[in-house]
Design a protein around this ligand. Structure first.
Ligand SMILES: *[C@@H]1O[C@H](CO)[C@@H](O)[C@H](O)[C@H]1NC(C)=O
Length: 263
């Protein structure tokens, strides 16, 4: 099984068997996806990158496996970015003060692969930084729906890097395809997504980014199969909507403690 988070240090990248990118996509028009967040997750030894997206000025959604790392020292969210290799004027760098992993997240099978990050300060909403809506719990994205995924992940299975945001168009697939391939596939809480020709896909470094269908974030990049581009599994946001709302209410109510609750 292939996780799509990316160790930012090239030296630590494990050699890949098979091919990998947002593969088959293209560079987005700069700042056309103002909800996109670039996450830097650091512990003492390493630094990882993931995608995420702004759902409220103080809250970012991402994949739980992005923060399922021992001894996290800091998580930084970069908003308003296009080229992440330098500090663009449009960028806002904000620290994460607390994160809540879904209580039923399991590493074994990547069930409930969702985390909510609370920002230290509210993002300034402007031309470059905006929120995206999430679906209600009864809004089910159907097979055949056309969606897109964006990120700064590897652009080839051989490890080519990109410093600008790229995107790919994908289609929601018949869930039975994913059920055949992934032993842990759960129809209720996951979305089976792919490209009809098997040539486009999110890849390492794209984890946590949104699957956007009709202007709403319906999925979160979760995992795929080593050596295969399609299909891939996304966390189904509608299933988690009540949980997300509850966490957001808590964020709004509490003056949060310093220590992150990562369990
Ligand atoms: C991103 O910025 C870097 C540093 O300024 C630059 O070298 C690179 O060409 C830029 N990438 C693109 C695709 O514009």
């Amino acid at each position: 099984m292939l996780l799509l988070l990316l160790l930012t240090s090239a030296f630590v990248l494990v050699p890949w068997t098979g091919a990998g990118r947002i593969i088959g996509g293209c560079e987005v028009k700069p700042h056309s996806r103002p909800y996109m967040a670039y996450l830097i997750i650091e512990n003492r030894l390493e630094s990882f990158s993931c995608g995420g997206f702004l759902i409220r000025p103080d809250a970012v959604l991402s994949a739980a496996h992005c923060v399922d790392i021992k001894g996290i020292m800091s998580i930084t969210v970069i908003l308003g970015a296009h080229n992440i290799s330098y500090q663009e004027q449009s960028q806002q760098w904000i620290q994460v003060t607390q994160w809540v992993i879904h209580p039923k997240y399991s590493q074994d099978g990547f069930k409930n692969d969702i985390v909510l990050l609370k920002l230290k300060e509210k993002a300034r909403i402007n031309e470059y930084v905006q929120t995206i809506s999430i679906p209600m719990s009864n809004e089910y994205v159907r097979q055949g729906a056309e969606c897109e995924v964006a990120g700064w992940g590897l652009t080839s299975m051989t490890g080519s890097r990109t410093n600008v945001m790229r995107e790919a168009e994908l289609k929601v697939q018949d869930w039975t395809i994913c059920q055949l391939i992934f032993w842990n596939y759960q129809r209720q809480s996951m979305i089976c997504v792919g490209d009809d020709y098997g040539k486009k896909s999110p890849y390492k470094g794209d984890s946590g980014g949104p699957l956007v269908c009709k202007q709403k974030a319906h999925g979160i990049v979760s995992y795929g199969l080593n050596g295969h581009l399609s299909p891939e599994v996304f966390t189904r946001i509608s299933y988690f909507e009540p949980w997300i709302r509850e966490q957001l209410r808590k964020f709004a109510l509490q003056e949060l403690p310093d220590s992150p609750s990562s369990d």
